[in-house]
Design a protein around this ligand. Structure first.
Ligand code: FAD
Length: 437
């Protein structure tokens, strides 16, 4: 019988295994273990653990952020996030990785491994697990988890196949959400949690690209431009969530960090059968008045020059391929001499540059999302230990819980924090029971 089984060898499962192993090893009973193994097993259905980690942060792994505030996490239970962060925040993350021989560096507020290689994060986590004596079972898909009902000897039965079942006193559901199915995330953990009576709040893609209705910006596919992007949603969902940064225009719609940041609100609105829209300010550094004054000044300056067109007017402000879609949206032909532009034309142009409204057809789904909105309801989990308040011995960590972080290292921080706390709590429970026996 195992003492601790961790379902899912992703970011939070690996952090949990390391923290549990280190805690157990503080106790003499576990300091020297049989054939070097501790009673901790990670079960992972991929052929190796941590497959998603090398893909994070565009291959550089944005593993945390020095601006670590509860507001950086979307949740209905901010106090839960506050408790978790009060115990394990970005400083603890830096120390945790340092303890494994991986140094971090910050770029602006974002934290990365010093090597700038996400794969080094995966490798130190895996090596530390193995060195500590954690058993790692790969190519093993968990099908179901049940609890045998035998009083004090009750334990979990984890089914991998009809012939292969593992028994354990404690189980950690660290098998992620639905984002990134290519990395093994199939949402199977929600069904396991449900078996024990846990509420699963609707799960939707977050930190994801957005498809625009008939994409009016299609001709600017590939262009990157600084912009403020806002989600305009109804149905009681947070209105006007916005973010400024590098907007990427694609053949289907829009991508880039500001789009990721507002995408959860778009997802939620689509789910509620709302009619979300995206508003883009292509001139976030100018007020409406400043933009108007700029256009008027240029028009006056070039009034006597019939060769100076609406296209030329926009050339100093935007990448070339964005000019045509913006002029089209303004109802102005690109070859119109600026001397022919009316006050109404300038108003329309400023309107499009400062406040273009686009219909949304969809998001790019879980296949492209970086995280999951929704999941296991937090009010049924202890914020100190991550243990289920419904089922003794059942624990949760990472993305499976109903918390989604902003883009910027917050989702991995959530995985390290909750994984660490769950691992430690499980080990302390093992030790307490060992002492009592
Ligand atoms: C492309 C991409 C880039 C990202 N970049 C960043 C970033 O730079 N910074 C950041 O903070 N966040 C980033 N994220 C989000 C972050 O990676 C996740 O939020 C985090 O990994 C979640 O950790 P987890 O342990 O909960 O789940 P995961 O890391 O997803 O691990 C879950 C594991 O469980 C396994 N599993 C699932 N079901 C079963 C089963 N039934 N049986 C056995 N094994 C199972 C899966 O194969 C997987 O290995 C990114 C996500 C993606 C997809």
């Amino acid at each position: 019988m195992e003492q601790i089984v961790i379902i899912g060898g992703g970011a939070s499962g690996l952090a949990a295994a390391i923290s549990a192993a280190r805690e157990l090893k503080k106790n003499l009973a576990y300091a020297k273990t049989d054939r070097g193994f501790l009673p901790i097993t990670i079960i992972e259905h991929n052929d190796s653990v941590g497959k998603k980690i090398p893909a994070t942060g565009n291959g550089r792994c944005n593993l945390s952020n020095v601006c670590m505030l509860p507001e950086c996490f979307h949740t209905k239970q901010t106090s839960f996030v506050e408790t978790v962060l009060s115990k394990f925040s970005f400083r603890e993350t830096i120390m945790f990785f340092e303890s494994m021989g991986l140094l971090t560096k910050s770029r602006l507020e974002y934290l990365y491994p010093r090597s700038s290689q996400a794969s080094s994060v995966r490798e130190v986590l895996e090596k530390t697990c193995r060195d500590l004596g954690v058993r790692v079972q790969t190519n093993s898909h968990v099908k179901s988890i049940k609890k045998s009902k035998t009083g004090a000897n009750s334990h979990f039965v984890i089914e991998i196949s009809p012939e292969k079942k593992i028994e354990s006193k404690r189980v950690l559901l660290a098998n992620g959400g639905k984002a990134g199915p290519n990395f093994g995330c199939d949402g199977s953990g929600y069904a396991f949690a449900k078996t024990f009576g846990h509420i699963i709040n609707p799960t939707l893609p977050a930190l994801v690209q957005v498809s625009l209705l008939n994409n009016p910006l299609k001709q600017a596919n590939g262009i990157r431009v600084d912009a403020t992007v806002s989600a305009i949603t109804g149905n009681g969902i947070q209105k006007n969530a916005k973010d400024t940064g590098e907007l990427q225009i694609t053949d289907y719609g829009i991508s880039g960090i500001p789009v990721f940041q507002i995408s959860r609100h778009i997802s939620a609105s689509l789910f509620a059968a709302g009619n979300p829209k995206v508003q883009i300010d292509f001139l976030p550094d100018l007020t409406r008045e400043e933009a108007t004054n700029y256009f008027m000044k240029m028009i006056r300056r070039q009034a006597g020059n019939p060769g100076f067109t609406a296209f030329d007017l926009m050339l100093g402000l935007f990448p070339k391929r964005l000019i045509l879609p913006l002029l089209t949206l303004s109802g102005i032909l690109i070859k119109t001499p600026v001397s022919d532009l009316t006050g109404a034309d300038v108003e329309a142009l400023v309107g499009v540059c400062k406040k273009s409204l686009f219909g949304v057809s969809d998001t790019k789904g879980f296949e492209n999302a970086q995280t999951t909105l929704g999941g296991v309801e937090l009010s049924q989990i202890s914020p100190k230990t991550m243990e289920s308040l419904l089922e003794k011995g059942l624990y949760f960590s990472g993305e499976i819980m109903d918390v989604d972080g902003k883009c910027g290292g917050y989702n991995l921080q959530w995985a390290w924090s909750t994984g660490y706390l769950a691992g430690k709590a499980m080990a302390l429970d093992v030790l307490q029971n060992t002492n009592q026996a």
